[in-house]
Design a binder for this molecule. Sequence first.
Ligand code: NAP
Length: 246
Amino acid sequence: MKNILILGANSAMARALARQAASPNTQLVLAGRHVKEMEKTAADLGVRSNGPKPGVLAFDAQAMETHEKFWQQVLAKFQVIDEVYVFFGQMHPQVESQRDFRLAEEMLVTNYVGAVSILEKIAATMEARKAGLIVGVSSVAGDRGRRSNYLYGSSKAGLNSFLSGLRNRLVPAGVHVMTVKPGFVDTPMTADLKKGILYAKPEAVARGILKAAARRKDEVYLPFFWRWIMLIIIHIPEGVFKKLKL
Ligand SMILES: NC(=O)c1ccc[n+]([C@@H]2O[C@H](COP(=O)([O-])OP(=O)(O)OC[C@H]3O[C@@H](n4cnc5c(N)ncnc54)[C@H](OP(=O)(O)O)[C@@H]3O)[C@@H](O)[C@H]2O)c1
């Protein structure tokens, strides 16, 4: 039996991944803010997969004082977590976040500080056990600060750097850390944005995450073409970049 913890389990991408990962040999543990929603998902997944009913636990990335208790609760109930997928995240519009620091703070705390808080605890357990997989869902927005979303982007840049260091630290313990960088995905997070051809479906991104995780990739852009788009963007000289309205 493989035990998989999903943090931010109400996210559209997380739900898609849970549906794809559910199997008779997988114990899913769904954790997030809206317990009733997750219970509905868990009941549905239990029936569809013919497997164990997923566990459901309340988890708030911002309530960092609760993280140790949360993690101990997970271990008490499921003993071992083999894989953890971090999906929670906040994205507020850039201009509103410039005007109201509380919005910027919410993104920075949830996407970066909250992720560091819970992952440090999980990492310590996996390191001692000498086994495990940690998957952090970041964003292409973390690759280079752009005027149109640098407050969100910088929270993901912090997460990228954290995951990179954690990956390095956990190599001797045989614990793998993978960074996921999706481009635009059609989910509630982007509900108010105009959709174009670059938008991917959450199911396709979830499939890509599971495939890359099985191959123990260090970093994956999803869909794949974002690697090439971002390669161009990060190499634009700063003098030129300053003049672009990206
Ligand atoms: N959609 C995109 O274009 C895109 C692109 C690149 C990266 N991403 C990243 O992909 C991840 C998944 O997002 P999504 O697109 O699937 O959007 P989504 O459906 O809006 O999911 C975001 C999830 O984060 C949860 N969350 C927010 N604050 C939280 C907190 N303090 N504690 C626990 N959970 C919290 C939300 O929970 P509630 O349901 O309780 O609000 C929601 O379920 C995010 O990290 C996002 O930054 C998204």
